[in-house]
Design a protein around this ligand. Structure first.
Ligand code: SF4
Ligand code: SF4
Length: 324
């Protein structure tokens, strides 16, 4: 292996292979493509700073032992999500009854997921040069290990990030297979390398709300989760009409812990903009140097104290404001 390849080869190969696989989706009949307002997936990554494995010997060994097995699972799930598209039924069913949806959620319970929601995807949410076969989305989250998040940036932190990506990739493929077995069309979109912005999709599915750090905050996991989706021919998914988590936006305006502690200065301390939440060009130098970061998750009160505690505190504040 050449020195150049050792520096960034594996990671770059990983991403290049993913892009190749995804490009085959664009050739499917009826594929939905991005719209004029769509972001680039690379908008969330700095293309001038390719991902690379650690340079120190000890760190590299740890990376190989702890992280590479997850990456292999992630890659397998990504490949499977593309290959399996050929097994979609020719004339897929489009209507699912309530029992089927209930059974699907019960089936998922045994797979280790956290939360499930439903959303419709509009073209401006699909990343440029990416495609999805159906605009009805089943959105699924899986938890990260909170004790490991407490140690970030660390190999334990990277371990839980990649383990969740791997688990979710496998879950969405199983869900897609389950749907196909019942006559529905399906496309799994594994957690690493989504065709849409998953935090945004999960917010649209009303699973939670994006915090100032751009990540989904949900009742079960706070900000400690990964997200993936299955796009399906089912047109009558039980999409929720109201998002009960909108209050988080106001809380973030009074908090700002993630912006204060971000070692890269990548989070705007005052912005109310919905996107981008994080300046990737400022996040990535630190992220790369430490082979993962996640400080913005570690310091978030929704991780430290939990969703319900924060909600109770906000309600108390609101009640006492009314009394005054
Ligand atoms: S991952 Fe780290 S550097 Fe990037 S935004 Fe979060 S705290 Fe900042
Ligand atoms: S750290 Fe504070 S401001 Fe940042 S996302 Fe969490 S609650 Fe919002």
């Amino acid at each position: 292996m050449t020195k150049k390849r050792m520096k960034g080869g594996k990671m770059q190969d990983f991403l290049a292979e993913l892009e190749d696989d995804e490009s085959t989706i664009l050739g499917y009949e009826g594929v939905f493509l991005s719209g004029p307002g769509s972001p680039q997936r690379d908008e969330f990554r700095d293309p001038d700073r390719p991902m690379s494995p650690p340079s120190g010997l000890k760190e590299r060994v740890l990376f190989l032992i702890r992280i590479m097995p997850h990456m292999r699972r992630i890659r397998r799930a990504q490949k499977q999500s593309v290959i399996s598209l050929d097994t979609n039924p020719e004339n897929p069913r489009t209507i699912a009854d309530d029992d089927f949806i209930r059974d699907l959620e019960l089936t998922l319970t045994g797979m280790g997921f956290s939360e499930i929601g439903y959303a419709r995807v509009c073209e401006d949410e699909i990343f440029k040069q990416k495609g999805i076969l159906y605009t009805n989305a089943i959105v699924i989250t899986a938890p990260m290990d909170r004790a490991k998040i407490d140690t970030v940036p660390s190999i334990d932190g990277s371990d839980t990030f990649f383990a969740s990506y791997a688990m979710l990739g496998e879950i969405v493929n199983r869900v897609a297979d389950h749907l196909r077995a019942h006559g529905f069309g399906a496309q799994a979109d594994p957690a690493l390398g989504g065709k849409v912005s998953f935090p945004n999709l999960a917010e649209n599915a009303k699973i939670g709300l994006r915090g100032r750090h751009g990540l989904l905050i949900s009742p079960q996991n706070g900000p400690c989760q990964r997200i993936a989706a299955v796009y399906t021919s089912i047109t009558n998914l039980p999409v929720r009409s109201e998002n009960p988590h909108l209050w988080i936006r106001e809380f973030c305006m009074t908090c700002g812990e993630c912006a204060r502690h971000c070692p890269g200065g990548a989070i705007d301390p005052g912005s109310k903009r919905r996107r981008p939440f994080i300046d990737a060009k400022k996040c990535h130098p630190y992220f790369e140097e430490h082979h993962g970061c996640g400080v913005c998750i570690r310091v978030c009160p929704f991780h430290l104290q939990g969703y319900e505690t924060i909600r109770a505190m906000v309600k108390e504040r609101q009640d006492s404001a009314v009394m005054e």
